[in-house]
Design a protein. Structure first.
Length: 380
């Protein structure tokens, strides 16, 4: 039921136009459609009344012509989605129709009462600046016509006092409508600023939730999300898909020698260099698992590409030349364990992670500062 109501609202009041959220354009479209529906219904009823009951052909022509125009605008807005054109045609039609009512009605049967609605239509639909200008022009012509009717209209009952009351009421309503819309615009702009800040906060929170605060690479939480995406991408393009794990060799001894601040700086230096010089493609991802341990995902057209990228990563870390007296190589190095697959019948993160973790252990057994598993295609 809610969905049906939403569809009905979208079809009738939003002209089947899609708005991501409430906006000034959406408000304008809804106002135009409400105006068209109400005015179209009233115009049709008055056209019928004027031709069959009141026998006033002039008013019938005005009402029925205006009714046809509302039908056209209603249809054109749904077809073209041109809000500005609909606004211009609607405003022009109301402008001409109301002036015609003033001229031909000559104040009889309270016809002048309809003019008090004009500033609402003009200002709400066209905005404060343009709408106020149109309203001033409309009332300048209306006041001129009604002034000329003093002591003539309504069998002479339309006098200077009647004219003065009409002018004061019209100007007063216009001022109220204008400042109401000014206040609304200010409130809407403030709301937009709040929404913009909320979006920025949400984006910041989302980024923080998937980013390691120390190294600024993705964290473990985001690993499984990217794993699913890249697995499907590799399956679609029949690429080789690799999950690797590496950790910094003898990192505890590095911290014991230089302190934890130096250790943090070393991790930052390693990740910054790798993301800048090695893992530059959109299918190369690096994640910090915790401590000195990292994980990553790679897509490649051939298995040798995986080994090439990881070898470049290994040598890049070593070439940083970060002094490490407790490491046999005397500089900071890393060991890599890799799982490469080319069979996508089964998607199992845990199995790939286990294979990569086992090969990392093998790399450490072989003396560290090496890569194990990149030259082998694993099956899950």
């Amino acid at each position: 039921m809610i969905l049906q109501s939403g569809n009905l609202y979208n079809q009738i009041l939003c002209s089947n136009m899609k708005f991501s959220e409430y906006s000034s354009d959406m408000r304008k479209v809804v106002l135009i459609n409400i105006l068209l529906i109400i005015s179209g219904t009233i115009l049709l009823l008055f056209a019928i009344y004027n031709v069959f009951v009141h026998s006033d052909n002039a008013l019938f022509i005005i009402d029925f012509t205006a009714f046809l125009i509302t039908i056209y605008i209603f249809y054109d807005l749904r077809k073209s989605h041109n809000v500005q054109r609909a606004s211009n045609i609607t405003t022009s039609s109301i402008f001409i129709m109301m002036l015609a009512i003033v001229y031909f009605g000559k104040g009889h049967d309270f016809t002048l009462v309809w003019t008090v609605f004009f500033p609402m239509f003009a200002i709400f639909i066209n905005g404060t600046t343009k709408g106020l200008g149109i309203t001033i022009l409309f009332y300048a012509l209306t006041f001129l016509l009604t002034y000329q009717g003093i002591d003539k209209w309504q069998g002479g009952m339309w006098n200077e006092a009647s004219y003065a009351r009409f002018v004061v009421a019209s100007v007063g309503i216009s001022i109220i409508v204008y400042f109401f819309e000014v206040s609304f615009d200010k409130a809407y702009k403030m709301l937009e600023e709040i929404r913009k800040k909320e979006k920025q906060y949400i984006q910041t929170l989302e980024q923080c939730s998937i980013t390691d605060p120390l190294t600024r690479v993705y964290n473990r939480r985001h690993l499984t999300v990217q794993f699913d995406k890249l697995f499907e991408k590799a399956k679609k393009h029949n690429s080789y898909f690799a999950l690797y794990i590496f950790d910094i060799d003898y990192f505890k001894q590095y911290n014991d020698t230089f302190g934890h601040i130096a250790g943090d700086n070393a991790l930052q230096k390693v990740t910054q260099t790798l993301t800048k010089e090695v893992f530059k493609r959109d299918v190369d991802h690096l994640f910090r698992l915790g401590g000195e341990e990292f994980c990553g995902l790679i897509l490649a057209d051939e298995p040798q590409k995986v080994e090439y990228i990881l070898e470049k990563a290994r040598t890049t870390i070593e070439s940083l030349g970060l002094e490490h007296p407790k490491n046999p190589h005397k500089v900071l190095t890393a060991s890599f364990g890799v799982c490469v697959i080319h069979d996508f019948k089964e998607k199992d993160f845990d199995k790939m992670y286990k294979i990569a973790d086992d090969t990392l252990y093998d790399a450490k057994e072989k003396g560290r500062n090496c890569i194990v598993g990149a030259d082998k295609i694993s099956t899950l």
